[in-house]
Design a protein around this ligand. Structure first.
Ligand code: F0G
Length: 459
């Protein structure tokens, strides 16, 4: 019998979890207007809101924090950060930013204008918002399988390359300042993209001289899936696979809060000298001098070490196995999820679980609320609250294509018994699914409304 896959680390420091009663959670949720973004973290038992910035750092990373060189200009920590990024990502220019969306803002401010169109397999919400803020259009081109949560595909995060060709023909290459692929495809279910798909996308864009960028937040998890699932990669190291993937792109945006195993940070990379100059000029306006870009020297050290550690294959094996364990546990009890389970999260198909709740009563948000009330679990809706759009003429809401609830697992934070607790809680909610009611939005902001909206239960 093969040995079980264990957490490849020992725990050196612990953070207590405060237990709450259902009655307390009713009151907490009421005060938060039904929006889990407003619940204080001390009131959450298992926090699966995001895998972003929530990693436990290693002893080596903490040691790096002490070594951090806090010089304003040209600190040693910048060079260790830059050299690590260059070594793994291979790009010429490495521009630190305080997180991924700052890299996006600078990239699109430099490359995008009103009337432009930017394709991606699926834009993350901040990516989309930063493009739209420039007056440009963000187009999602996922493969058709992405729209069917129950369908299996080894690389369900792939971009629809025929759709890309059609888009270029329809709008013209000059309207497209860059094309992107997000690895892994977060909004599409945390699903990986194959090397063949990255390569084909690049070739199509290159034929039209359109630059190609990767949104690289979860590059290591994506590279690990390529090693396990794509023919010809089993014997290659994850680091070499990552390098190959980046060698196909002209640049990338990165949130170090995911596969940087850091609590804050990001960067923007490019091989283009002229663009890099413009980007650094913008960086100075709002982020900081180009050798720190909104980060402390100690953060740059933590990222440099985190980027090395995230490529350890025993870590990635454990990481992907723990997500699979949660996903398979739910599937085994007939809770519908996006299949197969992704790299950083399991996505419950709320529409399939709660078919009696119409999309305009937000089945995903209703489920998120129930999970908190049941067991103090904080998850996030990735459906019509996040991606619903208003029709410009009628003002009616156009629902999202999928109503998902994401259970994102922070890196190196929770053990298997925590995951067993989560499983038990979801199964208990699923058993009383018929009695769960939908919700309505009673307050919302014009951009990224899911962060601040307030909800009330439908009668
Ligand atoms: N791109 C992707 C694919 C992301 O998942 C995120 C963040 C970003 C860009 C922006 O990075 O947060 O550092 O500014 N995703 C987080 C999440 C927030 O919960 O999935 P950031």
């Amino acid at each position: 019998m093969p040995m079980p896959i264990i957490e490849p680390f020992r725990i050196k420091m612990v953070e207590p979890i405060r237990m709450t009663t259902r009655q307390e959670r009713e009151r907490i949720l009421d005060q938060a207007g039904g929006n889990l973004f407003f619940v204080h973290s001390r009131d959450v038992l298992i926090d699966l809101l995001t895998d972003s910035g929530t990693s436990a750092m290693s002893a080596e990373q903490w040691a790096g924090m002490m070594r951090g060189d806090e010089a304003y200009a040209c600190s040693q920590s910048y060079y260790s950060f830059r050299d690590t990024v260059r070594d793994i990502f291979g790009f010429k220019h490495v521009i630190p930013t305080h997180q991924g969306r700052a890299a996006e803002r600078i990239l699109f401010a430099t490359m995008c204008d009103s009337g432009h169109v930017v394709p991606n397999n699926t834009h993350f919400d901040t990516t989309r918002a930063n493009i739209e803020y420039r007056g440009a259009q963000a187009i999602d081109l996922p493969i058709p399988e992405t729209l069917h949560p129950g369908k299996h595909h080894p690389f369900k995060g792939n971009l629809d390359t025929n759709g890309l060709r059609e888009l270029i023909t329809r709008v013209g290459a000059r309207t497209i300042p860059l094309g992107m692929v997000t690895v892994t495809n977060n909004s599409g279910g945390g699903q990986p993209v194959s090397m063949a798909n990255v390569s084909e996308t690049r070739d199509i864009l290159a034929q039209h001289s359109i630059p190609f960028y990767l949104d690289a937040c979860r590059f290591a998890e994506n590279a690990y899936f390529i090693k396990r699932r794509e023919p010809g990669y089993a014997e290659k190291s994850v680091r070499d696979i990552a390098r190959e993937m980046f060698s196909l792109a002209d640049g990338c945006t990165m949130s170090a809060k995911k596969d940087g195993l850091a609590n804050i940070g990001g960067f923007l990379c490019t091989n283009d000298d002229r663009l890099a100059q413009q980007e650094r000029d913008l960086l100075i306006l709002t982020e900081g001098f180009p050798t720190y870009g909104g980060l402390a020297g100690r953060d740059l050290e933590a990222i440099a070490t985190g980027l090395q550690e995230v490529l350890h294959e025993d870590y990635l094996e454990y990481r992907i196995a723990s997500i699979r364990y949660l996903g398979n546990g739910l599937l085994g009890a007939d809770v519908p999820i996006v299949q197969p389970p992704g790299g950083h999260a399991v996505y419950i198909d709320a529409r399939a679980l709660l078919p009696h709740i119409p999309q305009n009563q937000y089945p995903g948000q209703a489920l998120v609320i129930e999970l908190f009330l049941e067991a103090g679990i904080r998850a996030v809706e990735i459906g019509s609250v996040m991606f619903g759009k208003k029709d410009r003429e009628t003002g009616a809401e156009i629902p999202a294509r999928l109503e998902l609830v994401r259970l994102a697992v922070p890196r190196r934070v929770y053990t298997q018994s925590h995951i067993d607790y989560v499983l038990e809680a979801i199964l208990s909610v699923a058993r009383r699914r018929d009695r769960i009611r939908g919700v309505k939005i009673v307050e919302e902001a014009p951009f990224l409304r899911h962060f601040t909206a307030k909800f009330a239960r439908c009668d």
